[in-house]
Design a protein around this ligand. Structure first.
Ligand SMILES: Cc1ncc(COP(=O)(O)O)c(C=O)c1O
Length: 480
């Protein structure tokens, strides 16, 4: 048993471990107070006491479920437990691993977290009371579609975080890429360079425009496009380059941006996995014509589904706003100046994303700490390699922790992890090996090798020292 779960909101960039006070509610507390505590303690559950006496356990799942029957109307947890039943000590249905330690008289004398039987997911959104309150505010305001103050707040504050002038929030990261390319006028006959190692949305967006993707290998050091790989893929028809900052690792944006400027080629940065990463001291997302972010549930900042285009160009921002909203001219009802799309985000999603943004430095710090734990635990295991250290000009962030293992042992590793209820993920497939992209397939040996040996490790608030030990044991059993 250990008590190592991080509790949210320490101030500043720091995050803290949950203490007993984060895990225990008083019977006189309201169900809403319990929800906030369960969100912030990262466990998703709380024990309820009446003075010293243990009354039962509440969980987020149960509070949410019983809310459908009006549970949140109960003024106190005492009434809530009386009405909806008590989940008592050593309840086998407890999936949170939160256990009370009781004396003979039924008094709470300690709290323990035993997550040894819990599934370790690859990722899990970390929602605090801040996201919850913002979501309620947006919901209760009745602005549940794309009009509403949180959309603009999210655009302003996220673009400020990246240091870019304009933010255009959209429904997801994929349509952000499509919107950016459309606004840049990319179409049939144009070539767009994409890395071979990326999530398929990068190349799909090019195909949505009717343009020709040109697949380029990635660099062994950065795992991203490099000047050398871009130069090799460039032709007189190249109209845009999409560098993807893969797994939080920045591409070499200085040389790539200088090359693109010399040749009049546009850059769309795909920053879906790299919120907060920097190159040459500047955040990624500020080096191209447009940068695209994703706020999918597993991302560093999430709004559930969501995305954003950032640009310093007022013209491009205006075009993207029109295209995002059915091609309609702002301020002129139902006047469609172009064929557009409905790529809008909702105020509900923006409220969550905006609150998440306020916690992004804590999230990045926590992910970096998790990688340090993995380095210690997996470091000595034969065959395990960590991502190459990057030169000082690069400041990567951790989206999902990753390691490389011998390709021929990877299936056995995944099978052993699944048996231990641990979710590992392989790296993306090389695009050149996937069926829909065969017309554009290119030999990409670096990407192919990374794709065959890369493993993403669980990276979320659920990953504490015990979880890291469990992961390490699987690696040791299979590889040592
Ligand atoms: C590199 C990359 N590009 C684009 C996307 C697409 O983002 P979304 O899932 O929000 O559409 C993702 C996300 O999954 C991604 O990892």
């Amino acid at each position: 048993m250990s008590l190592t779960m991080p509790a949210v909101p320490a101030g500043g960039d720091d995050w803290a471990l949950a203490g007993d006070e984060d895990l225990v509610c008083d019977a006189s507390d309201s169900p809403m107070a319990a929800i906030e505590k369960c969100l912030d303690n990262g466990v998703g559950a709380c024990l309820v006491v009446d003075g010293p006496r243990y009354l039962g356990r509440v969980t987020l799942g149960e509070l949410g479920h019983t809310a459908l029957d009006g549970a949140l109307l109960a003024p106190t947890l005492r009434q809530h437990l009386d009405t909806f039943g008590r989940r008592l000590a050593n309840d086998p249905a407890s999936t949170e691993g939160l256990q009370p330690e009781l004396d003979a008289g039924g008094n709470l004398i300690g709290v323990a977290i035993d997550r040894s039987a819990q599934r370790i997911q690859i990722a899990r959104p970390d929602m605090s009371h801040l996201e919850f309150r913002a979501l309620l505010d947006a919901f209760l305001s009745s602005w549940i579609s794309s009009k509403g103050p949180y959309v603009e707040r999210f655009e302003t504050d996220f673009s400020g975080f990246v240091g870019v002038r304009h933010g255009i929030a959209v429904s997801n990261g994929t349509v952000a890429l499509h919107l950016a390319l459309m606004a840049l006028g990319i179409g049939p006959g144009d070539e767009v360079i994409v890395p071979d190692l990326t999530f398929a949305a990068t190349i799909n967006a090019v195909l949505y425009c009717g343009a020709t993707p040109v697949i380029a290998d990635v660099d062994a050091h950065t795992w991203c496009l490099s000047l050398a790989t871009v130069e090799r893929a460039c032709t007189p028809r190249t109209k845009a380059i999409i560098p993807v900052h893969l797994y939080g690792r920045p591409a070499e944006m200085g040389p790539i941006a200088a090359f693109a400027a010399r040749h009049g080629i546009a850059i769309v940065e795909d920053c879906a996995e790299a919120h907060g990463a920097r190159y040459a001291g500047r955040p990624v997302g500020g080096f191209g014509d447009v940068a695209c972010f994703s706020f999918f549930a597993n991302k560093i900042v999430t709004s559930g589904e969501g995305g954003m285009c950032l640009t310093n160009s007022a013209d491009l921002a205006g075009t993207m706003r029109v295209l995002r909203d059915h091609g309609m001219t702002p301020g002129r009802s139902y006047w469609h100046e172009r064929v557009g799309f409905n790529y809008r985000i909702t105020n509900l999603q923006a409220a969550v994303g905006h609150a998440q943004l306020g916690r992004v430095r804590q999230t990045l710090r926590r992910n970096a700490d998790i990688v340090e734990m993995y380095r210690v635990a997996l470091g000595g295991i034969p065959g395990v390699r960590f991502p190459p250290d990057m030169d000082a000009i690069y400041s990567p962030v951790v989206w999902l922790a990753s390691v490389l293992v011998p390709a021929e042992r990877r299936v056995a590793l995944f099978e052993a992890a699944a048996r231990a209820d641990i979710e590992l993920r392989p790296f993306f497939h090389s695009l050149s090996t996937l069926p829909p992209y065969q017309p554009w397939a290119r030999p990409c040996p670096v990407s192919l090798a990374l794709s065959a040996s890369g493993v993403n490790l669980p990276t979320s608030r659920l990953v504490d020292a015990d979880a890291v030990d469990r992961v390490a044991e699987v690696f040791r059993n299979v590889l040592a």
